[in-house]
Design a protein around this ligand. Structure first.
Ligand SMILES: Cc1ncc(COP(=O)(O)O)c(C=O)c1O
Length: 431
């Protein structure tokens, strides 16, 4: 068995170790976790004693007592998980309907608040029909698995998923049981080439992209992708998990940025980010949605969301009623992003609330995460396989509820980290 170099390893290396059964793999993985812990690099699953927010009270690794830290780890971009009107709606949901929903949707678990949410999220995107899933992950993985098949035993070509290589893990999982081709991130020439070579060879071809890409914070040129996709007889699926509530004049996400409501065949997304709750959705033609309602297994055979999702109905309304949250979010995004750029950090092509600070290799990124945490700044080190091995970074998620003081503290902490680890562009160009 090849020895894994813990210094350069990532979780991916322990996914499937040749010749080891799962218990042996787990023991090896435990050694890796212990190695990370001893270096102060196991900054995951940090327990918070306080609610989601721009500051959280955390039990830091190796500490017994909690510490208040500035947090840039939450996708609750607008702060709606803590909005008094959203909380009141959640409480009302519990008072009216209790804690659970009791059954899967087809056999007793479909309540008025589920139906209202399906109608509301479809209407939000000017569409007619939607289906709910209990997570955004399931919305992608289950719907794609249901809509696309692999070649049958006689090798009759069935379906094909064409994926931007940076789509979310849930999309890759949804496509495990179909034929898959990938194109380089946002590379439209390559997309067109793949589509051309696939034409007339499959029953259904779906191009699947994200609206906002979750590790880089950049966006897909949906209008041009839709044009190329449809010209080759394929369908376009857009997962705008990080765009909803954040981008577009009215918070309809990347689809609104490109005014592409008519050009996207299937929209998927999540209630867990700017809408401050949990759950996912797929929006498509009424017939396709009805098909999913009775054929998509993780929907059909799984208990529906709890009445707490009544908070989402309110959060969707707040996107229109209180646009000031989106304005504050953008003030914060622009402030933090320009502050990082002025200090020479590489933030890539982000145009959203996800700001990557490129660091380089895995050990340096883990160390940057540790130093930031020591300075009271909680961030996420992102490594392979989420990004390529040389492209590890610290990911910052900005919230509307961050103050300038929070963001100044973040900028100063990055300046200090740079003095120790030399991660800004000025050091890279010296090499
Ligand atoms: C692009 C994208 N799609 C889907 C998901 C899954 O959503 P959820 O966390 O609601 O399961 C995420 C993130 O978690 C994401 O970043």
């Amino acid at each position: 068995m090849k020895k894994i170099d813990f210094d350069k390893a990532s979780f991916k290396d322990f996914e499937n170790i040749a010749g080891q059964n799962v218990y042996e793999t787990a023991r090896e993985f435990q050694k890796y976790l212990d190695f990370l812990k001893s270096a102060g690099h196991l900054n995951y699953r940090i327990e918070s004693l306080s609610p989601v927010g721009p500051e959280m009270n955390l039990i830091l690794p190796g500490q017994k007592h909690p510490t208040w830290c500035v947090c840039l780890v939450s996708n609750d971009y607008l702060g709606f998980s803590q909005h008094p009107k959203v909380k009141a709606a959640v409480i009302k949901g519990a008072e009216l309907f209790g804690a659970g929903s009791g059954a899967s949707p087809a056999i007793g678990g479909h309540f008025v608040y589920h139906q209202q949410l399906e109608n509301k999220i479809a209407g939000f995107y000017k569409k007619e029909a939607a289906i709910l899933y209990t997570t955004g992950y399931n919305a992608n993985s289950s719907s794609l698995q249901c809509m696309l098949y692999r070649n049958d035993e006689d090798d009759n070509k069935n379906d094909l998923a064409i994926l931007d290589m940076n789509v979310h893990a849930s999309v890759f999982e949804g496509c495990l049981t179909t034929n898959v081709k990938k194109f380089l991130h946002n590379d439209l020439v390559m997309l067109e080439h793949v589509l051309k070579s696939a034409q007339h060879k499959y029953r259904t071809i779906m191009v699947v992209i994200d609206g906002v890409y979750s590790q880089d914070g950049d966006i897909a040129p949906i209008d041009r992708i839709a044009e190329i996709t449809h010209r080759h007889g394929a369908f376009l699926v857009v997962d705008d998990a990080h765009g909803i509530g954040v981008l577009g004049e009215n918070g309809r996400g990347v689809i609104e940025v490109f005014n592409a409501f008519e050009h996207v065949d299937i929209i998927t997304g999540t209630f867990s980010k700017a809408l401050g709750n949990i759950g996912g959705y797929v929006i498509a033609s009424p017939a396709l949605i009805n098909y999913l309602k009775f054929q998509s297994k993780q929907h059909l055979f799984s208990t529906t969301a709890t009445p707490a999702i009544m908070g989402i109905l309110k959060a969707i309304e707040l996107i229109d009623d209180e646009p000031e949250w989106r304005e504050r979010l953008w003030e914060n995004i622009n402030y933090l992003k320009s502050g990082l750029i002025e200090r020479g950090f590489d933030v890539g092509n982000t145009v959203s609330a996800v700001i990557p600070v490129k660091v380089g290799d895995i050990p340096k990124t883990l160390e940057a995460g540790r130093l930031l945490l020591k300075a009271g700044i909680y961030t996420n080190p992102i490594m392979y396989p989420a990004v390529s091995k040389k492209n590890a970074r610290i990911r910052l998620n900005v919230m509307a509820t961050h103050t300038k003081e929070h963001l100044d503290k973040v900028l100063s902490a990055f300046e200090e980290v740079d003095k120790q680890l030399f991660i800004s562009i000025k050091y890279q160009s010296d090499i």
